[in-house]
Design a protein around this ligand. Structure first.
Ligand code: NAD
Length: 270
């Protein structure tokens, strides 16, 4: 896929999925803006792009949960680039708590980062894209936006919310030539999910509900799907939620025959 002369802004660029996404766009010829909460991670992401390609890359520290910080980051982008063609809202965190153990401040933190942040970034991007003839936005949702998962009230809610945001923006921004879609990953091994892979019971349960296997997906699979949605090949694709999950969402969390309990209420899913 060709992204020459495009500028791609990726939040959470220093994370497991973010790194694969910026690499994909840079290899396709895009200039990259790597945004992350950690300056060190943003810089490392930029360094990786420079080591692989000749693309221009800008690393910016910001806090996606703070709309002042988001506005400042986009102003810094304006100093370097005349337009933004692509925004990928990838920054995210998770919590693992039952509702009665979840501190309201932790709820607020997860919603601020996973839902409010993508709104702040999309707003800044749309303000610019509508002046320059359009663009493409991809929000990273999750299978947790398509079904209930135990022990994650805030994460589960934030991911349902980002799908609602995606659908709304796809309607409101179409007239400005801006397409807005979401990708819903299943379990992909990154720093966010590394702990799961150390729990054989968890992986066994997941293998029962993911037709292609719990360990089949890679960050590159997510990056490929996002690149497609941002490419000219997807120029009439708008407002969709694309699961990249080995079929997990299609199963709706039910096992196929071993007689085990519904995965989404399995007590070992922590
Ligand atoms: N890995 C998976 O299995 C999986 C599955 C479904 C959805 N997702 C979603 O994909 C996205 C990326 O996940 P990942 O696996 O790469 O996680 P990760 O932990 O490797 O990366 C997340 C990145 O977000 C950044 N970030 C966190 N808080 C921030 C803030 N306040 N401001 C700016 N940046 C911040 C982190 O610094 C980090 O670089 C998240 O939205 C996550 O919910 C991941």
């Amino acid at each position: 896929m060709n992204f020459e002369n495009k500028v791609a802004v990726v939040t959470g660029a220093g994370g497991g999925l973010g790194l694969a996404i910026i690499e994909k766009f840079a290899r396709g010829g895009a200039a990259i803006v790597a945004l992350d909460y950690s300056q060190k991670m943003a810089d490392a992401a930029a360094e990786k792009v420079r080591s692989l390609t000749k693309q221009k890359v800008l690393a910016i520290q910001f806090d996606v949960a703070d709309h002042h910080s988001v506005a400042k980051a986009f102003t810094a982008i304006d100093q370097e680039f005349k337009q933004i063609d692509i925004l990928v809202n990838c920054a995210g965190v998770r919590e693992v708590q039952k509702v009665y153990d979840l501190d309201p401040e932790e709820w607020r933190r997860v919603i601020d980062i996973n839902l409010n942040g993508p709104f702040y970034c999309a707003r800044e991007a749309v303000l610019r894209m509508r002046k320059t003839g359009g663009g493409s936005i991809v929000n990273i949702a999750s299978v947790a936006g398509m079904m209930g998962l135990t022990h994650r009230p805030a994460y589960n809610s934030s991911k349902h919310g980002i799908i609602g945001l995606t659908r709304n923006l796809s309607l409101d921004c179409a007239a400005d030539g801006i397409r807005v879609n979401a990708v819903a990953p299943g379990l992909i091994r990154t720093p966010l999910t590394d702990g799961y892979y150390k729990d054989p019971e968890f992986i066994r349960g997941l293998n029962e509900v993911v037709p292609m296997g719990a360990q089949g997906g890679t960050p590159g699979d997510i990056a490929d799907a996002i690149a497609f949605l941002c490419s000219s090949e997807a120029k009439f694709v708008n407002g969709i939620v694309l699961p990249v999950d080995g079929g997990w969402a299609a199963s709706k969390g039910y096992t196929t025959g071993s007689g085990s309990a519904q995965f989404t209420s399995a007590k070992n899913q922590t």
